[in-house]
Write a protein that binds this ligand. Structure first.
Ligand code: TYM
Length: 327
């Protein structure tokens, strides 16, 4: 079986964007691959963040993974910091990454462009840590949203360089993005991505929002003055975003949603979106509640996942160290 690897970073509550671009897509692929799903908590410390928040958010994201239908028996679900191999691999790969490559990564450039003074070296090398995550598990495919494609491409470039310098030691990965929903946009600002660290909660649907919150936020979602329900992301980004969300939540395609709403107004579109989201998320939220009330059970699953992950990661690390002449 080919290997699939993906992760989320516990720097905020998971959003509908994370769910559509990542989690629900992982669930669809999980039976076709040997899967590793990770809570990338080392990545979370690239910014200044409260340790208590990271810890709680790690449990939350682990609980969402399980609630969304990932199976810790079939797949390996684990927490990054429980495997020291990640940090060690990151160093080996830092020695094989060019300054120019790391400088071109959007996230670092965005922080720089905002004029932030306190950028850590970890933020700069963050994509290298991510490459390490992927390469440690001999990954063939990395399902991600659009914003992470650049990082997976870098992982591939680093893997190629490593193999060229030291002989074939790692697998060169490919990214995979969903056909629909690779970039879910903000509700109030449909020109940019719905991101979990956005300052305005009304721009975002969180998985843990109540049904009333979802209704209220969708009601306020920005549409346009065209007045026709059609899929046209360039000219009608808000409406197109809602159509995409409905299509994924109802497990159908965008054209069918458009046809079924033909001749109706934006109020009907919004009611449909609210119902689609709430109906889809209701059973998932119930499971989430159960897991969060049983954190001991979650911790046991984390330990099991880490044991499983370590077996593969430690072998890859040894292979890479041997190739680099490191005792
Ligand atoms: P993170 O936590 O920012 O996002 C997790 C996943 O959600 C996707 N995503 C979206 N997809 C569609 N629309 C959106 N609005 C949206 N927002 C987020 C992201 O593309 C991602 O797939 N660096 C990674 C975590 C990571 C990782 C890895 C991923 C660490 N190591 C190894 C893959 C492989 C991150 O910050 O994801």
């Amino acid at each position: 079986m080919k290997v699939l690897y993906s992760a989320t970073k516990p720097t905020g509550k998971l959003t509908l964007g994370n769910y559509i671009g990542a989690l629900q897509n992982w669930k669809k692929l999980k039976d076709e691959y040997d899967c590793y799903f990770c809570i990338a908590n080392l990545h979370a410390h690239t910014i200044n963040i409260d340790p208590k928040y990271i810890l709680e958010n790690t449990y939350e994201q682990f609980a969402w993974f399980l609630s969304c239908g990932l199976d810790s028996e079939k797949s390996c679900i684990y927490v990054q910091s429980m495997l020291p191999e990640h940090s060690e691999m990151c160093w080996l790969l830092n020695c094989n990454t060019m300054m120019g490559e790391a400088s071109r990564m959007t996230q670092y450039k965005d922080h720089l462009a905002k004029g932030e003074k306190s950028i850590t070296t970890a933020l700069f090398t963050y994509p290298v840590l991510m490459a390490g995550d992927i390469l440690l598990f001999n990954t063939n495919i990395v399902p991600v949203g659009q914003d992470q494609v650049q990082h997976v491409e870098l992982a591939r470039d680093i893997a190629k360089r490593f193999n060229t310098r030291f002989g074939k030691s790692v697998v060169e990965p490919n990214y995979f993005i969903p056909k629909v929903g690779a970039k879910i946009m903000g509700l109030l600002n449909p020109e940019s991505k719905m991101g979990k660290s956005d300052d305005d909660p009304n721009n975002i649907i969180y998985l843990q929002d109540s049904e009333e919150d979802v209704a209220r936020k969708i009601k306020r979602a920005v549409t346009d003055s065209v007045g026709i329900i059609q899929y046209d992301p360039e000219n009608q980004p808000g409406v197109s975003n809602l159509l995409t969300i409905i299509a994924v939540m109802e497990n159908t395609d965008i054209q069918q949603v458009v046809e079924s709403l033909s001749g109706q107004n934006y109020g009907a579109l919004k009611t449909r979106a609210t119902n689609a989201i709430n109906n889809h998320l209701r059973p998932i939220r119930e499971k989430y509640k159960y897991y969060m009330e049983n954190k001991d059970e979650l911790y046991k699953l984390m330990q099991k996942g880490a044991e499983k992950a370590k077996k593969v990661a430690s072998q890859t690390l040894k292979r890479c160290k041997d190739a680099m002449g490191l005792l």
